[in-house]
Design a binder for this molecule. Structure first.
Ligand code: HEC
Ligand code: HEC
Length: 449
């Protein structure tokens, strides 16, 4: 029985080809030993963390019709939305360059260099806040920023749409998308652009085959890179999940005067913090960082080894005195490269892209005290009686900033240092959403009865 299984595995291995087998043979003994200790795949728990998603988050309501997405793609590529008729979204977020421009910092209608590097748009659907400093709260809201920025597109969405409405083909496209041509409004254009952007999911790569169980999909060096990434190098403290980002804001010690998230939310504790970017398709998106200051992945790893500028805001989640041999640095880079497509990537065509399904609601806990340890509200869903006070205790090692944006309650805790607690009373019954504006992956849902 056991022998038969082994033989079957051996012949399956032969079928995978000699190159694949050779790489398996190199690392299998050690992995196998570990696997025996753990009673299975030594990476099985970690792998779950990086599994591909099964739905794309989107606003409530029906999934957007294909005509809405098609209109969004057309608008994205249309230079007529800029004041000079020379710059489209795609001029900076070029689909042939993984939705970047390949520049340290890009240029728009005035030809003036922009203050920050153009980020890729891969997997933006999963990001609760947009821009390096998170100043836009949804993809729909984000659209007006580049259109109105004097150095980007230099106009307003209303003006752009007025120009487009002179073309019958656009009026038809809006009718196809929204069922009538009552109006070509800025709101509908933003809706269509956002719907298109939510389809920009990076395609599966070799890494995803490995996660799905094909042990031969990665080499020994790449697997070792993955081990370092999740272990000693501490990269996964911030780069986690299928897109390799927690969407939180951190100061990673890059030199410069741009205060990023701190300036945006008026909180010195978040100075020099920028949004964790996705690590998918890095081979196609150089240069790196909010200022485009690092040209290669080798430069990036060296930055994390050197530790960058030491200042009070520098994140404690960063590795301390990271020592890596040349071999280990190579392994880490090899692993990062397994997250990139081998040919210029196209958006994923997996069946769940564009379909959309909301996350199932969790059951609320009846408690009035919430912990923040490990960058998590715990529990993340509570129910409290009206008139009771909710206490949110910072038993974490990081500074947090509890916010509620709600017409019924606008709450800002200010800098909430470790061991400080925040107390909240709610004016009316209903459901309220709280989050940390430095670590917006922290979400708390409060039902007041
Ligand atoms: C002139 C170049 C340029 C043009 C044109 C441009 N962008 Fe951008 N885009 C940028 C830069 C630079 C940033 C980062 C700015 C920042 O974070 O402060 C950015 C950021 C973004 C982001 C945030 C991504 C993230 O991960 O947070 C989105 C989404 C986006 N742009 C979509 C668009 C859309 C849609 C258009 C067209 C309506 C557009 N951009 C036009 C340069 C441009
Ligand atoms: C404390 C959280 C944190 C840790 C730990 C961390 N990163 Fe990052 N990473 C970030 C943030 C935030 C940025 C963007 C910083 C900026 O532009 O100012 C970033 C940027 C990057 C980029 C550039 C991506 C791009 O498109 O510009 C790469 C590559 C990267 N990190 C890889 C790694 C690796 C490899 C490790 C482990 C050695 C690591 N990171 C550890 C938060 C982190």
């Amino acid at each position: 029985m056991e022998l038969a299984r082994r033989l079957a595995a051996f012949f399956a291995g032969v079928l995978l080809g000699f190159a694949g087998l050779a790489s398996v043979a190199v690392w299998l003994p050690r992995e196998a030993a570990l696997a025996q200790q753990a009673g299975g795949d030594p990476f099985s728990t970690l792998k779950l963390q990086y599994a591909r998603p099964t739905f794309v988050p989107r606003p409530p309501g029906d999934a957007p019709a294909p005509a809405v997405i098609a209109l969004g793609e057309r608008l994205f590529n249309d230079k007529a939305l800029s004041s000079t008729g020379t710059v489209a979204c795609a001029s900076c977020h070029d689909p042939r360059l993984s939705f970047t421009d390949g520049e340290r910092t890009g240029k728009g209608v005035t030809g003036k260099r922009l203050a920050r590097h153009t980020p890729t748009l891969w997997n933006v659907a999963f990001s609760p806040f947009l821009f390096w400093d998170g100043r836009a709260m949804s993809l729909e809201d984000q659209v007006r920023f580049p259109v109105e920025h004097p150095d980007e597109m230099g106009d307003t969405l209303d003006n752009g749409l007025r120009r487009l409405s002179q073309r019958e083909s656009y009026r038809q496209a809006f009718r196809d998308a929204f069922g009538d041509d009552r109006s070509m409004t800025a709101q509908r254009a933003a809706q269509a652009l956002a719907a298109y952007e939510r389809t920009l999911i990076s395609p599966p790569t070799r890494f995803d085959r490995w996660i799905a169980g094909d042990a031969a999909a990665l080499t020994y060096s790449e697997v070792n890179g993955f081990r370092l990434f999740n272990g000693r190098a501490r990269c996964s403290a911030c780069h986690t999940g299928f897109a390799f980002t927690d969407h939180n804001f951190y100061d990673i010690g890059l030199a410069g005067t741009d205060k990023g998230r701190g300036k945006e939310i008026g909180l010195a504790a978040a100075d020099f913090a920028f949004k964790t970017p996705t690590l998918r398709e890095l081979a196609w998106t150089a240069p790196y960082m909010h200022d485009g200051s690092l040209a290669t992945l080798d430069d990036v790893i060296r930055h994390y080894q050197n530790g960058g500028v030491r200042r009070p805001t520098r994140s404690t989640d960063l590795p301390r005195d990271l020592k890596l041999s040349a071999q280990e640095r190579g392994d880490l880079i090899a692993f990062l490269q397994s997250l990139s497509s081998e040919a210029a990537p196209e958006p994923s065509t997996e069946s769940w892209v564009g379909a959309g399904r909301p996350a199932p609601p969790s059951l609320p806990s009846e408690t009035t005290v919430v912990s923040q340890a490990g960058k998590n509200f715990s529990p993340a869903h509570v129910r409290i009686p009206a008139g009771k006070t909710l206490t949110i205790l910072n038993d974490d090692t990081r500074t947090h900033n509890v916010r509620i944006f709600d017409p019924r309650l606008d709450f800002n805790s200010g800098a909430q240092e470790p061991r400080q607690s925040v107390t909240l009373t709610f004016p009316v019954a209903g459901t309220f959403q709280a989050f940390c504006s430095i670590h917006p992956s922290m979400r708390l849902s409060i039902e007041v009865k």
